[in-house]
Design a protein around this ligand. Structure first.
Ligand code: GUN
Length: 282
């Protein structure tokens, strides 16, 4: 039987409906969630992601600011803008779209954001809090994956989850969030010896390497849940890290690309911004 497809669009729409009602309640109390996005340079993919964030913000009734800066802007000017936004009470969330041009330090920029407004969950304070189970803004993509699993009634507890990829944005926090859900977690990466032998043990397989179609059917245990985080452009078409057609004949549940994890990332950013605005009530 072919795998059931988890629609990220549907799960995202469900969460956005929940958020919309929270935004209405907050606005009734005089607090409109505010999100500021800083975009440096003219990378077309980044521009498209930022457009998506702006559209979602407006649809949910947020206050939205997009700061589009020239690629040649100095690091000092970016840090000064972050400092201004840190002190702006209209703004509950600040996101600096990555990657940044080479002359601007991502590390410095991330650390300059007030952790209470770090809706990306990239600041070391939020990363540390997440690791020890303290309240934190969770990084949007891995948090979105957890939401998709839970809302598709996937039982995570005790299962062997294999994460392919070890990036700071997806792989590492993904493994940690699965561990927090009581999965037994293995992280694989480009240096892993005999990768298929490990992926074949996965009850839940998360592919987050950014290599088009690298996960083939023979790497997947029959009945596994496969989440494809990959976003790769091949001949102008978006494809994931999995060979969708063949893997979906082996898996029990699978996410498509596009329309899988992608819509969840923006939704969890909106979720974090609402959480931040809620904190300002206290
Ligand atoms: N670039 C690619 N993904 C992300 C993300 O989740 N947040 C930010 N700020 N930049 C990104």
């Amino acid at each position: 039987m072919p795998a059931q497809v988890i629609s990220g669009k549907e799960v995202a729409a469900q969460i956005r409906r929940e958020l919309k009602s929270e935004v209405e309640q907050l606005t009734g109390k005089g607090i409109q969630p505010g999100l500021a996005v800083i975009l440096v340079g003219d990378d077309p993919a980044s521009h498209s992601y930022v457009k998506g964030k702006e559209k979602a913000s407006i649809e949910l009734g947020f206050y939205s600011e997009i700061h589009r800066l020239e690629a040649s802007v100095s690091e000092e000017n970016v840090l000064a803008l972050i400092s201004k936004l840190n002190g702006d009470p209209k703004i509950h969330g600040i996101l600096v779209q990555l990657p940044l041009p080479g002359h601007i330090s991502e590390k410095k920029v991330i650390q300059a954001i007030n952790p209470d407004k770090d809706v990306d969950g990239f600041h070391p304070e939020n990363v540390g809090n997440m690791y020890i189970g303290l309240p934190a803004f969770l990084p949007c993509t891995p948090h979105g994956v957890i939401q998709m699993l839970k809302r598709s009634d996937v039982d995570i507890k005790g299962k062997h989850a294999v994460v392919l990829g070890r990036s700071n944005i997806v792989g590492k926090p993904m493994a940690q969030l699965l561990l927090a859900e009581d999965a037994t977690v293995t992280i694989c990466h480009s240096r892993t010896i005999d990768l298929p032998a490990i992926t074949r043990q996965a009850d839940i397989l998360i592919a987050a390497v950014g290599k088009a179609g690298m996960v083939t059917a023979d790497m997947v245990k029959p009945g596994a849940v496969v989440i494809d985080v990959g976003v790769n452009r091949v001949e102008g078409k978006l494809v994931g890290d999995c060979q969708f057609d063949e893997v979906s004949r082996v898996a029990s549940l699978i996410t498509p690309v596009p329309g899988g994890v992608g819509p969840m990332t923006i939704t969890m950013l909106m979720y974090n911004t609402v959480e931040s605005a809620k904190r300002s009530l206290n």
